[in-house]
Design a protein around this ligand. Structure first.
Ligand code: BEZ
Length: 256
């Protein structure tokens, strides 16, 4: 979670990340005046929808550029630069989180931190202790991961995806929530192939956005061609790439 992203590039090419999860706001159904923690708020699109729904929004993100972008987009929200594993003394009524939890392999720490913050927030007038979250589930971007792993191996570099990303099975994640005192009322795992922008350059642009630190000096045209060649039979569709995203969505509530 410490990597820095280009917020403008992210908004330009990866708008779908937020757009496809907009229904999470209505699933949470915040009441007017309820304070919702937007965990991993990025450039603030979900935060903006929370404000539009009448909620107070506390957006947190570890990336200073995203914090800056979210503050510019959502002057009415409280946006702080914080890591999901150390939320300090914030107090909120409920939590929403999209496309963030897979960036933190130490998932236990995050769930424990959410339980701690919500426990400390009990007694607030609008408190509900609800959590609505979506992130990458088991099998997420498996073809692309394999392609990058092989291309790196050919250059003598190993990569262990489990140290970078956390894509759990549904039962693993719901059990984790339950161990920390949450009651899970809804859980869904589903493949969601997702069209990338930019035609033939789409996969390369995705890899450059999200994996440039892993590729480092290997980020050459040859490298990207190898990745494209491996993925083409499964992920290329006539004139665009469809990335093999798999989602995991949960609704939970901290037990009273
Ligand atoms: C995802 O949304 O599933 C994702 C995004 C970037 C890197 C890895 C996974």
């Amino acid at each position: 979670m410490s990597r820095e992203w280009n917020a403008a590039l992210y908004d330009q090419h990866h708008r779908f990340v937020a757009d496809l999860a907009r229904d999470m706001v209505s699933e949470l159904g915040p009441e007017a005046g309820e304070t919702v923690l937007d965990l991993g708020c990025g450039s603030g699109r979900m935060t903006e929808w929370l404000l539009e729904a009448g909620a107070h929004a506390l957006g947190v993100d570890p990336d200073p550029k995203m914090v800056e972008a979210a503050r510019a987009r959502c002057p009415g929200a409280d946006i702080r630069q914080l890591d999901a594993r150390e939320l300090g003394d914030i107090r909120v009524d409920s939590v929403i989180s999209n496309a963030t939890l897979h960036w933190i392999p130490d998932a236990e720490k995050v769930v424990a931190e959410l339980a701690r913050v919500l426990t400390a927030s009990r007694g607030r007038p609008s408190y509900s202790g609800r959590v609505v979250a979506e992130f990458g589930g088991h099998g997420n971007i498996a073809t692309l991961r394999e392609a990058v792993k092989r291309a790196l191996a050919r250059r003598g570099q190993a990569v262990d995806w489990s140290k970078r990303w956390y894509f759990p099975r549904l039962g693993e994640y719901t059990s984790l929530l339950e161990r920390h005192g949450f009651e899970v009322s809804f859980a869904r795992w589903w493949p969601r192939p997702t069209q990338l922008d930019d035609g033939a350059a789409g996969l390369k642009n995705w890899v450059r956005m999200f994996l440039s630190d892993v590729l480092a000096e290997h980020a050459t045209d040859d490298f990207y061609s190898e990745v494209d060649d491996f993925c083409r039979p499964t992920l290329w569709h006539s004139d665009h790439w469809e990335l093999d995203y798999v989602r995991l969505r949960v609704h939970a509530r901290l037990s009273p």
